[in-house]
Design a protein around this ligand. Structure first.
Ligand code: SF4
Length: 304
């Protein structure tokens, strides 16, 4: 982390929290617009996750320290959820190293609790050879997560019922439609998309993985990409010079309204206030949460 006194974070809330967790003592993190959230991160509240964990303990599947189940959370989660995982021998992962995190977890325990994106968890588990029948979805709004004790005992992966509202909008019929319209097109999607969409695609990848798939393709290849629309547009511009055409998988437009909230006006307002000595919209993670979230993040950095 650089030496500046202030970190003015132009991204979403959970990333600003991570910047604060990783910051040096005395550094101040500012998020120019507090509405820059993430609906997926909001789908796993710490009290809901603690409640789920208590029920897993009561079912005899783990102890509080995570001896029977490894909790793994996607980066797109609140600092409190990251800390929950860090304190219970768990880890944070990205869409690039989710399979590494699964392998790491299974080396310690027979089960994984994956938060908060059920699709990334399901796609990762399936790609590693875990059948869908060995994965259950924990719905925090249902009694006992909506899962019978027998299914919980048999499951290898417990998926939290969360999703990205942008990626979940892509449907299998979008893949069929785009293939019918552009014969020969290659369909590549982010693992936050539904399992049924991923199964139909020619390739699955994190943001970096999708870029790599396009970069390594022959000139003139056409791609339909299942991810956030601003990113698809950027890919289109970047690869146009190589004669590659990149379109969105669903042209009704999948845009993340919160990811693009930080406007030049918000940034200017935050910077002008700092110049006058006023700290606005500070993101300050509590010390105990910071400690355990950092433990989970540091473990993530050791996983490929
Ligand atoms: S696209 Fe938006 S809602 Fe989806 S995970 Fe990213 S920030 Fe969250």
């Amino acid at each position: 982390m650089a030496d500046g006194k202030y970190i003015v974070f132009c991204g979403v809330h959970f990333m600003a929290e991570s910047a604060d967790i990783l910051s040096r003592p005395g550094q101040v993190t500012v998020l120019p617009d507090l509405n820059a959230g993430c609906s997926m991160a909001d789908m796993a509240e710490i009290t809901q996750v603690e409640n789920c964990w208590e029920q897993l303990i009561a079912a005899g599947l783990t102890d509080d320290a995570g001896e029977g189940i490894t909790p793994i959370t996607y980066m797109n989660s609140t600092a409190a959820i990251k800390a929950f995982c860090g304190e219970r021998r768990g880890v944070v992962c990205t869409s690039s190293n989710a399979s590494g995190a699964f392998k790491w977890g299974f080396a310690k325990t027979p089960k994984i609790l994956f938060l908060p994106d059920q699709h990334l968890g399901r796609n990762t588990g399936y790609a590693m050879g875990i059948p869908l029948s060995d994965m259950v979805v924990w719905d925090p709004f249902m009694i006992n997560g909506g899962v019978t004790p027998e299914r919980l005992r048999a499951a290898k992966v417990i998926l939290w019922k969360g999703h990205c509202s942008v990626h979940q909008r892509f449907l299998p019929e979008h893949v069929d439609n785009v293939r019918a319209k552009y014969p020969g097109i290659r369909v590549i999607v982010h693992p936050e998309c539904r399992w049924e969409v991923c199964q139909k695609a020619d390739g699955i990848g994190s943001t970096e993985g999708l870029l790599k798939l396009i970069r390594n393709s022959p000139a003139e290849t056409m791609f339909a990409v299942g991810t956030e629309i601003h990113l698809v547009n950027r890919m289109g511009k970047e690869f146009a010079a190589q004669g590659k055409k990149v379109i969105t998988l669903d042209d009704s437009g999948c845009l993340c309204t919160t990811m693009f909230r930080i406007s030049p006006q918000h940034l200017c307002w935050a910077l002008e206030n700092l110049a006058e000595g006023n700290i606005v919209n500070q993101i300050k993670v509590k010390d105990d949460v910071k400690h355990w979230a950092r433990v989970a993040l540091d473990r993530m950095l050791e996983i490929q």
